[in-house]
Design a protein around this ligand. Structure first.
Ligand code: HEC
Length: 414
Protein backbone atom coordinates (compact mmCIF):
# COMPACT_ATOMS: atom_id res chain seq x y z
CA UNK A 1 0.00 0.00 0.00
CA UNK A 2 1.31 3.36 -0.93
CA UNK A 3 0.63 6.00 1.64
CA UNK A 4 -0.30 9.31 0.20
CA UNK A 5 -0.87 12.63 1.81
CA UNK A 6 -0.09 11.71 5.34
CA UNK A 7 1.34 15.19 5.62
CA UNK A 8 -2.19 16.52 5.84
CA UNK A 9 -3.43 14.11 8.40
CA UNK A 10 -3.14 13.88 12.10
CA UNK A 11 -3.79 10.16 12.10
CA UNK A 12 -2.45 7.70 9.55
CA UNK A 13 -5.60 5.63 10.01
CA UNK A 14 -7.39 7.98 7.63
CA UNK A 15 -5.26 6.65 4.81
CA UNK A 16 -7.12 4.12 2.72
CA UNK A 17 -5.50 1.15 1.08
CA UNK A 18 -5.90 0.40 -2.61
CA UNK A 19 -9.52 0.22 -3.65
CA UNK A 20 -10.07 -2.80 -5.84
CA UNK A 21 -12.72 -2.07 -8.44
CA UNK A 22 -14.26 -5.07 -10.19
CA UNK A 23 -15.17 -3.94 -13.66
CA UNK A 24 -18.61 -5.09 -14.78
CA UNK A 25 -17.74 -7.46 -17.67
CA UNK A 26 -20.69 -6.37 -19.82
CA UNK A 27 -19.28 -5.14 -23.11
CA UNK A 28 -19.72 -1.46 -23.86
CA UNK A 29 -21.90 -0.26 -26.69
CA UNK A 30 -20.00 1.08 -29.67
CA UNK A 31 -19.72 4.87 -29.39
CA UNK A 32 -22.15 6.94 -31.41
CA UNK A 33 -20.19 8.01 -34.46
CA UNK A 34 -20.36 11.61 -35.54
CA UNK A 35 -18.65 11.93 -38.91
CA UNK A 36 -17.91 15.31 -40.29
CA UNK A 37 -15.44 17.20 -42.38
CA UNK A 38 -12.68 19.48 -41.27
CA UNK A 39 -13.79 22.57 -43.14
CA UNK A 40 -11.91 25.82 -43.57
CA UNK A 41 -13.21 28.81 -41.62
CA UNK A 42 -12.23 32.48 -41.50
CA UNK A 43 -8.63 33.04 -40.51
CA UNK A 44 -8.26 35.53 -37.67
CA UNK A 45 -5.21 37.75 -37.23
CA UNK A 46 -2.23 35.62 -36.18
CA UNK A 47 0.59 37.07 -34.05
CA UNK A 48 3.58 35.43 -32.48
CA UNK A 49 4.03 36.76 -28.94
CA UNK A 50 7.49 37.51 -27.60
CA UNK A 51 8.80 34.81 -25.27
CA UNK A 52 12.18 34.74 -23.59
CA UNK A 53 12.16 30.93 -23.46
CA UNK A 54 10.50 27.97 -25.12
CA UNK A 55 6.85 27.49 -24.16
CA UNK A 56 5.91 24.08 -22.83
CA UNK A 57 2.29 24.16 -21.82
CA UNK A 58 -0.73 26.49 -21.71
CA UNK A 59 -3.53 26.95 -19.21
CA UNK A 60 -5.77 29.71 -17.86
CA UNK A 61 -5.41 31.72 -14.68
CA UNK A 62 -8.40 33.88 -13.76
CA UNK A 63 -9.53 33.74 -17.38
CA UNK A 64 -6.17 34.97 -18.72
CA UNK A 65 -3.52 32.92 -20.49
CA UNK A 66 -0.90 31.17 -18.36
CA UNK A 67 2.22 29.77 -20.03
CA UNK A 68 4.77 27.37 -18.60
CA UNK A 69 8.36 27.84 -19.70
CA UNK A 70 11.19 25.61 -18.53
CA UNK A 71 11.29 26.80 -14.90
CA UNK A 72 8.87 29.73 -14.83
CA UNK A 73 5.12 30.18 -15.14
CA UNK A 74 3.90 33.39 -16.79
CA UNK A 75 0.57 35.14 -17.04
CA UNK A 76 -0.34 37.29 -20.03
CA UNK A 77 -1.29 40.77 -18.85
CA UNK A 78 -3.68 43.27 -20.45
CA UNK A 79 -0.87 44.79 -22.51
CA UNK A 80 0.01 41.36 -23.94
CA UNK A 81 3.21 40.99 -21.97
CA UNK A 82 4.11 37.83 -20.12
CA UNK A 83 4.67 38.46 -16.43
CA UNK A 84 6.50 35.80 -14.43
CA UNK A 85 4.50 34.60 -11.42
CA UNK A 86 6.37 35.04 -8.16
CA UNK A 87 6.87 31.83 -6.18
CA UNK A 88 6.43 31.45 -2.42
CA UNK A 89 5.05 33.87 0.13
CA UNK A 90 6.35 37.45 0.03
CA UNK A 91 9.94 37.51 1.24
CA UNK A 92 10.32 33.75 0.97
CA UNK A 93 13.05 32.54 -1.39
CA UNK A 94 11.53 29.71 -3.39
CA UNK A 95 11.49 28.34 -6.92
CA UNK A 96 9.38 25.73 -8.64
CA UNK A 97 12.28 24.07 -10.42
CA UNK A 98 11.58 22.56 -13.84
CA UNK A 99 7.87 22.77 -14.62
CA UNK A 100 6.27 19.51 -15.72
CA UNK A 101 2.65 20.42 -16.18
CA UNK A 102 -0.17 22.85 -15.54
CA UNK A 103 -3.63 21.81 -14.41
CA UNK A 104 -6.79 23.79 -13.93
CA UNK A 105 -8.05 24.45 -10.42
CA UNK A 106 -11.36 26.33 -10.60
CA UNK A 107 -10.40 29.70 -12.06
CA UNK A 108 -6.84 29.11 -10.90
CA UNK A 109 -3.97 26.80 -11.49
CA UNK A 110 -1.99 23.87 -10.20
CA UNK A 111 1.66 23.65 -11.24
CA UNK A 112 3.39 20.28 -11.08
CA UNK A 113 7.11 20.94 -10.89
CA UNK A 114 10.25 19.25 -9.71
CA UNK A 115 10.00 21.30 -6.51
CA UNK A 116 6.54 19.91 -5.79
CA UNK A 117 2.97 20.93 -6.35
CA UNK A 118 2.11 24.65 -6.38
CA UNK A 119 -1.17 26.54 -6.60
CA UNK A 120 -1.89 30.18 -7.26
CA UNK A 121 -3.02 32.57 -4.52
CA UNK A 122 -3.21 36.36 -4.89
CA UNK A 123 -1.10 36.32 -8.04
CA UNK A 124 1.69 34.16 -6.57
CA UNK A 125 2.45 30.47 -6.64
CA UNK A 126 2.44 28.84 -3.22
CA UNK A 127 3.74 25.40 -2.41
CA UNK A 128 0.83 23.08 -1.72
CA UNK A 129 0.75 20.90 1.40
CA UNK A 130 0.43 17.94 -0.98
CA UNK A 131 3.89 18.68 -2.32
CA UNK A 132 5.93 16.20 -0.38
CA UNK A 133 4.03 13.20 -1.66
CA UNK A 134 3.53 14.54 -5.16
CA UNK A 135 7.16 15.39 -5.78
CA UNK A 136 8.14 11.89 -4.78
CA UNK A 137 5.83 10.33 -7.31
CA UNK A 138 6.11 10.93 -11.01
CA UNK A 139 2.89 12.78 -11.74
CA UNK A 140 2.02 12.28 -15.39
CA UNK A 141 -1.46 13.79 -15.20
CA UNK A 142 -3.48 15.71 -12.67
CA UNK A 143 -7.11 16.72 -12.68
CA UNK A 144 -8.87 18.82 -10.07
CA UNK A 145 -12.55 19.52 -9.58
CA UNK A 146 -14.89 20.88 -6.96
CA UNK A 147 -14.08 23.51 -4.38
CA UNK A 148 -13.51 23.78 -0.64
CA UNK A 149 -14.25 20.57 1.21
CA UNK A 150 -15.59 19.01 -1.98
CA UNK A 151 -12.32 19.46 -3.85
CA UNK A 152 -11.04 16.26 -5.45
CA UNK A 153 -7.80 15.51 -7.21
CA UNK A 154 -7.31 12.67 -9.64
CA UNK A 155 -3.62 11.92 -9.95
CA UNK A 156 -1.92 9.70 -12.47
CA UNK A 157 1.57 8.70 -11.45
CA UNK A 158 4.03 6.13 -12.66
CA UNK A 159 2.57 3.75 -10.09
CA UNK A 160 -1.10 4.14 -11.01
CA UNK A 161 -4.11 6.28 -10.32
CA UNK A 162 -5.07 7.92 -7.08
CA UNK A 163 -8.04 10.03 -5.98
CA UNK A 164 -7.38 12.53 -3.20
CA UNK A 165 -10.24 14.03 -1.23
CA UNK A 166 -10.37 15.61 2.19
CA UNK A 167 -6.71 14.76 2.77
CA UNK A 168 -7.19 11.07 2.03
CA UNK A 169 -5.53 9.41 -0.94
CA UNK A 170 -7.16 6.34 -2.42
CA UNK A 171 -5.27 4.24 -4.92
CA UNK A 172 -7.67 2.87 -7.53
CA UNK A 173 -7.02 -0.63 -8.87
CA UNK A 174 -9.02 -2.22 -11.65
CA UNK A 175 -9.77 -5.95 -11.66
CA UNK A 176 -10.61 -6.56 -15.24
CA UNK A 177 -9.53 -9.65 -17.17
CA UNK A 178 -5.99 -9.23 -18.35
CA UNK A 179 -6.29 -5.47 -18.68
CA UNK A 180 -3.47 -3.54 -17.06
CA UNK A 181 -3.74 -0.77 -14.50
CA UNK A 182 -5.06 2.65 -15.53
CA UNK A 183 -2.61 4.99 -17.23
CA UNK A 184 -4.77 8.13 -17.14
CA UNK A 185 -7.48 9.44 -14.83
CA UNK A 186 -9.89 12.37 -15.15
CA UNK A 187 -12.49 13.46 -12.61
CA UNK A 188 -16.11 13.71 -13.72
CA UNK A 189 -17.99 14.78 -10.59
CA UNK A 190 -17.94 13.97 -6.87
CA UNK A 191 -16.51 10.43 -6.36
CA UNK A 192 -16.68 9.70 -10.08
CA UNK A 193 -13.80 9.41 -12.50
CA UNK A 194 -12.97 8.16 -15.93
CA UNK A 195 -9.93 5.94 -16.45
CA UNK A 196 -7.99 4.89 -19.51
CA UNK A 197 -6.44 1.44 -19.13
CA UNK A 198 -4.69 0.21 -22.25
CA UNK A 199 -7.26 0.54 -25.01
CA UNK A 200 -10.22 0.46 -22.63
CA UNK A 201 -12.19 3.29 -21.10
CA UNK A 202 -13.67 2.58 -17.67
CA UNK A 203 -15.74 4.82 -15.43
CA UNK A 204 -15.59 4.35 -11.67
CA UNK A 205 -17.86 5.47 -8.87
CA UNK A 206 -15.84 5.22 -5.67
CA UNK A 207 -18.87 5.83 -3.44
CA UNK A 208 -21.10 3.21 -5.06
CA UNK A 209 -18.09 0.95 -5.64
CA UNK A 210 -18.97 0.29 -9.27
CA UNK A 211 -16.83 0.25 -12.40
CA UNK A 212 -18.34 0.33 -15.87
CA UNK A 213 -16.69 -0.54 -19.14
CA UNK A 214 -17.44 2.47 -21.36
CA UNK A 215 -15.47 1.87 -24.55
CA UNK A 216 -12.97 -0.59 -25.97
CA UNK A 217 -10.45 -0.39 -28.79
CA UNK A 218 -9.53 3.16 -27.83
CA UNK A 219 -6.79 4.51 -30.12
CA UNK A 220 -3.72 6.17 -28.58
CA UNK A 221 -4.82 9.08 -26.35
CA UNK A 222 -2.87 12.29 -26.97
CA UNK A 223 -4.66 14.73 -24.63
CA UNK A 224 -7.70 15.07 -22.37
CA UNK A 225 -9.98 17.92 -21.32
CA UNK A 226 -13.13 18.26 -19.22
CA UNK A 227 -15.98 20.57 -20.17
CA UNK A 228 -17.89 22.60 -17.58
CA UNK A 229 -20.78 20.12 -17.73
CA UNK A 230 -18.53 17.18 -16.84
CA UNK A 231 -18.12 15.88 -20.40
CA UNK A 232 -14.64 14.41 -20.82
CA UNK A 233 -12.91 14.77 -24.19
CA UNK A 234 -10.13 12.45 -25.32
CA UNK A 235 -8.00 13.53 -28.29
CA UNK A 236 -6.91 10.32 -30.00
CA UNK A 237 -5.08 9.10 -33.04
CA UNK A 238 -8.41 8.41 -34.77
CA UNK A 239 -10.71 11.18 -33.62
CA UNK A 240 -12.22 12.87 -30.57
CA UNK A 241 -14.05 10.79 -27.96
CA UNK A 242 -16.58 12.66 -25.81
CA UNK A 243 -18.14 10.98 -22.78
CA UNK A 244 -20.86 12.91 -20.94
CA UNK A 245 -21.96 12.53 -17.32
CA UNK A 246 -24.82 10.24 -18.35
CA UNK A 247 -22.26 7.78 -19.75
CA UNK A 248 -23.02 8.43 -23.42
CA UNK A 249 -19.90 8.11 -25.57
CA UNK A 250 -19.54 9.83 -28.94
CA UNK A 251 -16.71 9.52 -31.40
CA UNK A 252 -16.20 12.59 -33.55
CA UNK A 253 -14.33 11.58 -36.64
CA UNK A 254 -12.91 14.25 -38.88
CA UNK A 255 -12.21 13.15 -42.38
CA UNK A 256 -10.21 14.33 -45.33
CA UNK A 257 -11.61 14.05 -48.85
CA UNK A 258 -9.99 10.60 -48.99
CA UNK A 259 -12.05 9.62 -45.91
CA UNK A 260 -9.19 8.75 -43.60
CA UNK A 261 -9.96 9.67 -39.98
CA UNK A 262 -7.57 12.40 -38.87
CA UNK A 263 -5.49 12.28 -35.71
CA UNK A 264 -6.50 14.74 -32.99
CA UNK A 265 -3.36 15.86 -31.19
CA UNK A 266 -4.81 18.22 -28.58
CA UNK A 267 -8.11 19.32 -27.09
CA UNK A 268 -9.26 22.04 -24.72
CA UNK A 269 -12.64 23.11 -23.45
CA UNK A 270 -13.32 26.56 -22.09
CA UNK A 271 -16.38 28.74 -21.76
CA UNK A 272 -18.68 26.40 -23.62
CA UNK A 273 -16.43 25.78 -26.59
CA UNK A 274 -14.29 22.82 -27.56
CA UNK A 275 -11.14 23.38 -29.58
CA UNK A 276 -9.04 20.69 -31.19
CA UNK A 277 -5.69 20.51 -32.92
CA UNK A 278 -6.22 18.26 -35.90
CA UNK A 279 -4.20 17.70 -39.05
CA UNK A 280 -1.96 20.72 -38.45
CA UNK A 281 -4.88 23.07 -37.83
CA UNK A 282 -6.63 24.59 -34.83
CA UNK A 283 -10.34 23.99 -35.16
CA UNK A 284 -13.58 24.53 -33.31
CA UNK A 285 -15.79 21.50 -32.72
CA UNK A 286 -19.23 21.74 -34.35
CA UNK A 287 -22.32 19.51 -34.03
CA UNK A 288 -20.64 17.39 -36.71
CA UNK A 289 -17.17 18.08 -38.00
CA UNK A 290 -14.98 21.01 -37.11
CA UNK A 291 -14.09 24.38 -38.56
CA UNK A 292 -10.38 25.14 -38.91
CA UNK A 293 -9.39 28.71 -38.20
CA UNK A 294 -5.64 28.61 -37.63
CA UNK A 295 -2.89 26.73 -39.35
CA UNK A 296 0.12 25.45 -37.46
CA UNK A 297 3.56 25.92 -38.93
CA UNK A 298 5.21 23.17 -36.91
CA UNK A 299 3.56 19.78 -36.96
CA UNK A 300 2.96 19.38 -33.23
CA UNK A 301 0.77 21.73 -31.27
CA UNK A 302 1.73 21.42 -27.62
CA UNK A 303 -0.90 23.50 -25.98
CA UNK A 304 -4.24 25.04 -26.77
CA UNK A 305 -6.22 27.59 -24.77
CA UNK A 306 -9.02 30.10 -25.15
CA UNK A 307 -9.20 33.00 -22.71
CA UNK A 308 -12.22 34.76 -21.22
CA UNK A 309 -12.21 37.37 -23.98
CA UNK A 310 -12.43 34.64 -26.61
CA UNK A 311 -8.92 34.80 -28.06
CA UNK A 312 -7.20 31.52 -28.91
CA UNK A 313 -3.62 30.65 -28.04
CA UNK A 314 -1.54 27.77 -29.25
CA UNK A 315 2.02 26.63 -28.79
CA UNK A 316 3.14 26.11 -32.33
CA UNK A 317 6.18 24.01 -31.54
CA UNK A 318 7.56 26.12 -28.71
CA UNK A 319 6.46 29.51 -30.10
CA UNK A 320 3.41 31.18 -28.55
CA UNK A 321 0.86 32.18 -31.16
CA UNK A 322 -2.26 34.26 -30.61
CA UNK A 323 -5.21 33.87 -32.95
CA UNK A 324 -7.46 36.91 -32.49
CA UNK A 325 -10.78 35.09 -32.31
CA UNK A 326 -12.11 37.29 -29.49
CA UNK A 327 -14.68 39.97 -29.99
CA UNK A 328 -12.73 42.45 -27.88
CA UNK A 329 -15.90 42.83 -25.79
CA UNK A 330 -15.41 42.61 -22.02
CA UNK A 331 -18.30 40.75 -20.44
CA UNK A 332 -20.10 42.96 -17.94
CA UNK A 333 -22.86 42.35 -15.44
CA UNK A 334 -25.28 44.96 -16.81
CA UNK A 335 -24.89 44.13 -20.51
CA UNK A 336 -24.42 40.36 -20.42
CA UNK A 337 -25.25 38.71 -17.09
CA UNK A 338 -28.53 40.50 -16.34
CA UNK A 339 -30.11 39.48 -19.69
CA UNK A 340 -29.03 35.85 -19.02
CA UNK A 341 -30.56 35.86 -15.52
CA UNK A 342 -33.74 37.50 -16.80
CA UNK A 343 -34.12 34.90 -19.55
CA UNK A 344 -33.43 31.82 -17.41
CA UNK A 345 -33.71 32.50 -13.69
CA UNK A 346 -35.73 35.42 -12.40
CA UNK A 347 -39.12 33.92 -13.33
CA UNK A 348 -38.74 31.89 -10.14
CA UNK A 349 -36.19 33.64 -7.96
CA UNK A 350 -37.58 37.18 -8.11
CA UNK A 351 -41.02 36.12 -6.94
CA UNK A 352 -40.52 32.90 -5.02
CA UNK A 353 -42.48 30.96 -7.67
CA UNK A 354 -42.15 27.16 -7.58
CA UNK A 355 -40.90 27.31 -3.98
CA UNK A 356 -37.68 29.03 -5.06
CA UNK A 357 -35.76 31.13 -2.54
CA UNK A 358 -36.31 34.82 -3.21
CA UNK A 359 -33.12 36.57 -4.19
CA UNK A 360 -32.33 39.13 -6.84
CA UNK A 361 -30.14 37.64 -9.56
CA UNK A 362 -30.02 41.02 -11.31
CA UNK A 363 -28.40 42.72 -8.29
CA UNK A 364 -24.68 43.28 -8.82
CA UNK A 365 -23.76 43.30 -5.09
CA UNK A 366 -25.68 40.05 -4.54
CA UNK A 367 -24.33 38.05 -7.48
CA UNK A 368 -20.77 39.38 -7.31
CA UNK A 369 -20.44 38.32 -3.68
CA UNK A 370 -17.77 35.56 -3.87
CA UNK A 371 -19.70 33.00 -1.84
CA UNK A 372 -22.90 33.55 -3.80
CA UNK A 373 -21.24 33.55 -7.23
CA UNK A 374 -19.54 30.27 -6.27
CA UNK A 375 -22.98 28.86 -5.43
CA UNK A 376 -24.37 30.02 -8.78
CA UNK A 377 -21.46 28.38 -10.64
CA UNK A 378 -21.93 25.18 -8.66
CA UNK A 379 -25.57 24.98 -9.67
CA UNK A 380 -24.96 25.89 -13.31
CA UNK A 381 -22.10 23.46 -13.95
CA UNK A 382 -21.08 19.86 -13.47
CA UNK A 383 -20.87 20.39 -9.76
CA UNK A 384 -24.52 21.29 -9.47
CA UNK A 385 -26.88 18.66 -8.21
CA UNK A 386 -29.66 19.44 -8.81
CA UNK A 387 -28.82 21.84 -11.59
CA UNK A 388 -30.29 25.29 -12.05
CA UNK A 389 -32.69 25.93 -13.65
CA UNK A 390 -34.37 22.69 -12.53
CA UNK A 391 -33.92 20.19 -15.38
CA UNK A 392 -37.66 19.61 -15.82
CA UNK A 393 -37.99 23.30 -16.68
CA UNK A 394 -34.97 23.96 -18.87
CA UNK A 395 -31.59 22.32 -19.54
CA UNK A 396 -28.78 24.79 -20.19
CA UNK A 397 -25.59 23.84 -22.04
CA UNK A 398 -22.10 25.18 -21.22
CA UNK A 399 -22.48 27.47 -24.23
CA UNK A 400 -25.61 28.99 -22.65
CA UNK A 401 -24.04 29.77 -19.28
CA UNK A 402 -20.53 30.56 -20.61
CA UNK A 403 -21.40 34.24 -20.16
CA UNK A 404 -21.52 33.83 -16.37
CA UNK A 405 -18.22 31.95 -16.24
CA UNK A 406 -16.53 34.53 -18.50
CA UNK A 407 -17.86 37.35 -16.34
CA UNK A 408 -16.38 35.77 -13.20
CA UNK A 409 -13.08 34.88 -14.89
CA UNK A 410 -12.87 38.40 -16.29
CA UNK A 411 -12.97 39.93 -12.81
CA UNK A 412 -16.76 40.53 -12.42
CA UNK A 413 -17.09 43.84 -14.28
CA UNK A 414 -20.22 45.78 -13.14
C1 HEC B 1 -38.46 26.84 -12.14
C2 HEC B 1 -37.99 27.68 -11.06
C3 HEC B 1 -36.51 28.01 -11.01
C4 HEC B 1 -35.74 28.56 -12.00
C5 HEC B 1 -36.12 28.95 -13.42
C6 HEC B 1 -34.42 28.74 -11.43
N1 HEC B 1 -34.41 28.30 -10.13
FE1 HEC B 1 -32.82 28.37 -8.84
N2 HEC B 1 -33.95 27.45 -7.40
C7 HEC B 1 -35.26 27.07 -7.54
C8 HEC B 1 -35.69 26.37 -6.34
C9 HEC B 1 -37.05 25.76 -6.09
C10 HEC B 1 -34.56 26.36 -5.46
C11 HEC B 1 -34.49 25.75 -4.03
C12 HEC B 1 -34.24 24.25 -4.08
C13 HEC B 1 -32.85 23.91 -4.47
O1 HEC B 1 -31.89 24.44 -3.90
O2 HEC B 1 -32.71 23.08 -5.37
C14 HEC B 1 -33.49 27.05 -6.16
C15 HEC B 1 -32.21 27.25 -5.64
C16 HEC B 1 -31.21 27.98 -6.27
C17 HEC B 1 -29.92 28.27 -5.69
C18 HEC B 1 -29.43 27.80 -4.35
C19 HEC B 1 -29.70 28.83 -3.28
C20 HEC B 1 -29.15 28.42 -1.93
O3 HEC B 1 -29.15 29.27 -1.04
O4 HEC B 1 -28.71 27.26 -1.78
C21 HEC B 1 -29.23 29.01 -6.61
C22 HEC B 1 -27.82 29.56 -6.47
C23 HEC B 1 -30.09 29.15 -7.76
N3 HEC B 1 -31.27 28.52 -7.54
C24 HEC B 1 -29.70 29.82 -8.92
C25 HEC B 1 -30.46 29.82 -10.07
C26 HEC B 1 -29.99 30.36 -11.32
C27 HEC B 1 -28.62 31.01 -11.55
C28 HEC B 1 -30.99 30.20 -12.21
C29 HEC B 1 -30.98 30.52 -13.68
C30 HEC B 1 -29.86 30.01 -14.45
C31 HEC B 1 -32.10 29.55 -11.52
N4 HEC B 1 -31.74 29.33 -10.23
C32 HEC B 1 -33.33 29.24 -12.11
C33 HEC B 1 -36.07 27.30 -8.64
C34 HEC B 1 -35.67 27.85 -9.83
Amino acid sequence: MRRFLLVLLATPSACQGPLDMQVDPREPKAPTRVDGALSAGTQPLRTELAMTEAGRELALLDGALAVAGAETVYRLDDTEHLQALAVGATGEAMATGPVRRLARRGNGLFVVAEGGLFHDASGRLLRSPLSQSVAAAEVTALDDLGTGEGEELWLTTSSGVERVRGGVGTQVHLSFGDVGQPSLAVGVEKDKGLLVAGSDLVSVDLAAHTATWEAKGLPQVNAVARGDDGTVYLATLKGLYARNKLGEVKLYSFTTPSEQPLAVTDVTSAFGEVLVAVDGAVAQLEASGATAFGMLVRPHARGLARDASGDTFVLDGTALVKLATGSGHTVSFATDVVPFMTAHCTSCHATGANYSPIFDLTSYPKVSDPAFSALVVKRLTADGKPPMPPSDVEVLTPTDYAVVLKWIAGGKQP
